[in-house]
Design a protein around this ligand. Structure first.
Ligand code: AMP
Length: 273
């Protein structure tokens, strides 16, 4: 596995490779969820590039940038064992200059849900993903459905800016108890982890209601909110694949999303119906 920190060196390295390139961008502290993206990208491409970069511009003031888990050595081992060909591991100064050009998330889809509770977050996400895609120029880039709104906005960006990469969505990986894997789960105490299970359980309740033909968004979100109490809920929403609120579940076109705080930790989860 080659480890490269310079964007220009990576561009040069990949320039004439004449292979299909799969790319998995991450912020490190890798877990099985990341590994499932890596495995899929490995299967579907001739060359595999993973990036680890804790992107400061997608964290708002007062968020967990400084305490975000860092596991550089373990991450390198995981990449090596996962058959990663190139690990891109830049520093902040490799990725950002002083007076920056930046991208703005779309005014509607970028500022609802996660974009409402973290105003500006998706500007930072789109800016860094654009930079990474321009450096790696992959055939396919892999993103988790767990971050559904992020995935939607990245797919929108690549379409609207006529980029040639294919964005590949990957299913959410959960632990044996149903909790969606996340680097932030490391913040949870054992009792908080138990509390956090209310989140996937609320989504399970929603899917059960839909299987009984209860399609009303209001009825479903009320039942979910009831189950989530007393967690601090940022949002429980039912949207279509364009991220527009819908009054009734539309099969094959619906995402049910939850963000709730467990202790000090914000956790996201969703299901696609
Ligand atoms: P992050 O390091 O949190 O930025 O995540 C890197 C990529 O892994 C993103 O595309 C995430 O959506 C994806 N990801 C994170 N957690 C999971 C999970 N539990 N299952 C599948 N993909 C995930």
């Amino acid at each position: 596995m080659k480890i490269i920190s310079s964007p220009l060196e990576l561009k040069e390295y990949l320039k004439d490779c004449n292979k299909t390139v799969g790319f998995v961008p991450t912020m490190g502290a890798l877990h099985e969820g990341h590994i499932s993206l890596i495995k899929k990208a490995k299967r579907e491409n001739e060359l595999l590039v993973v990036s680890i970069f804790l992107n400061p511009t997608q964290f708002l003031k007062g968020e967990d940038l400084d305490k975000y888990p860092k596991k550089d050595e373990a991450d390198k081992k995981i990449c090596q064992l996962g058959g990663v060909d190139v690990l891109f591991f830049p520093q902040i100064s490799d990725m950002y200059g002083r007076d920056e050009v930046s991208l703005l998330a779309p005014k509607v889809r970028g500022f609802v849900l996660e974009g409402a509770s973290r105003a500006g977050h998706f500007n930072g996400v789109l800016t860094i993903v654009m930079k990474l895609l321009n450096i790696v120029n992959p055939t396919r880039a892999y993103f988790g459905k767990k971050d559904a709104q992020q995935l939607n906005l990245i797919a929108l960006m690549t379409k609207q800016l006529f980029m040639s990469v294919t964005i590949v969505p990957v299913d959410t990986l959960r632990d044996a108890d149903g909790l969606a894997l996340s680097s932030r789960n490391a913040y949870l105490s054992p009792s908080e982890k138990k509390e956090a299970l209310k989140i996937p359980a609320s989504l399970y309740i929603a899917s059960k209601m839909v299987s009984k033909n209860i399609m009303s968004s209001k009825e479903i979100t009320n039942a979910m909110r009831e189950h989530l109490a007393p967690l601090e809920i940022s949002y429980v929403e039912i949207v279509n694949r364009e991220f527009e609120s819908i009054k009734n579940v539309e099969l094959k076109n619906t995402i049910i999303l939850v963000e709730a705080k467990v202790g000090e930790t914000r956790l996201l989860d969703n299901i696609w119906l």
